[in-house]
Design a protein around this ligand. Structure first.
Ligand SMILES: [Zn+2]
Length: 306
């Protein structure tokens, strides 16, 4: 059995998005109800508080201060979907810090794989812009941090139903971080066409699989068992990071994909089979609480077994 770390902290519940917002603290409450059932098999890890300098690995150096000021003034809408409240800056720093702590634990050989149950999510956040429920780009920062710790080549897989525009943009001209995404298309945020492949020396290191509404288990199985493995073989990463968004589930209220919980399990299985390297999964979306809890538990079970 693999040694799997689970990162969570109650600070994530204090990121208040307001009454009725789908990206609510209840998402993590639901996940923990399911993860508690397998908790004795996991190595429980607390995240650390990232610094503004850590955030600046990917973002504008003045951006953290801007977020801090807006939050401490009582909060506001950072974009039409993305609300921050008084504790959001702290929660966002700890969401980033989960990725940093995971990389350190992996580097020290304490764990083989980590699942970080964080919020706010990150993959839509751009250089100096919060977007789509995301404030800081947790996984992009983790990737840059991992490179500093000696994991030279990072492969990011994003199976959230939405395209990770922020992550793609962060590494679009980079040949040391590969970005692979499956997502509903055309759909929010509008990016993620097949033609977006990177630019300059990064050309060929971005790979998008846009999928129409209604796409289900069969197509996902094919993409993850046939299309993904050769990309990973060729790139030969030192670590694989996964933007684990569960809004591809058929019961998700925000999207129109038709993937079952078992289908998500197969995706995770195919990802874990690609290469014997450390894996870091970071939570992105997923808004049906039962589907989310069940799917995260199944993800972690696969991480333990495969
Ligand atoms: Zn999403």
């Amino acid at each position: 059995m693999k040694r799997v770390g689970y990162i969570y902290d109650d600070i994530y519940l204090k990121h208040d998005t307001g009454e009725g917002h789908p990206e609510s603290p209840n998402r993590l409450v639901a996940i923990n109800e399911y993860v508690d059932l397998i908790k004795e098999k996991l190595i429980i890890i607390k995240p650390r508080r990232a610094t503004a300098k850590d955030v600046a690995l990917v973002h504008d150096q003045y951006y953290p201060q801007e977020i801090m000021d807006l939050c401490s003034a009582g909060g506001t809408y950072l974009d039409p979907d993305t609300r921050c409240s008084i504790f959001s800056y702290e929660a966002a720093l700890y969401a980033v810090g989960a990725g940093l702590e995971a990389v350190d634990r992996i580097k020290r050989g304490e764990v083989d794989r980590v699942f970080a149950a964080v919020r706010p999510p990150g993959h839509h956040a751009e250089y100096s812009k919060a977007m789509g429920f995301c404030i800081f780009n947790n996984i992009a920062i983790a990737a840059r941090y991992a490179q500093k710790q000696g994991f030279e080549k990072v492969f990011i897989i994003d199976f959230d139903a939405h395209h990770g525009n922020g992550t793609q943009k962060a590494f679009y001209e980079d040949d040391t971080v590969f970005y692979f995404s499956t997502h509903e298309y055309p759909f929010y945020p509008g990016t993620g066409s097949k033609e977006e492949k990177g630019t300059g020396k990064g050309y060929g290191y971005t790979y998008n699989v846009p999928l129409p509404a209604g796409t289900g288990d069969d197509v996902y199985e094919k993409v993850y068992s046939e299309e993904l493995p050769p990309l990973i073989d060729n790139f030969d990463p030192d670590i694989i990071m996964v933007s684990a968004g569960y809004d591809l589930h058929m019961d998700d209220p925000l999207t129109y994909l038709e993937v079952s919980t078992e289908g998500i399990g197969k995706i995770v299985e195919n990802i874990l089979k690609t290469k014997d390297v450390p894996f870091l999964f970071m939570l992105e979306g997923g808004y049906n609480l039962i589907a989310l809890g069940e799917s995260v538990k199944l993800t972690i079970e696969k991480m333990l077994e495969i």
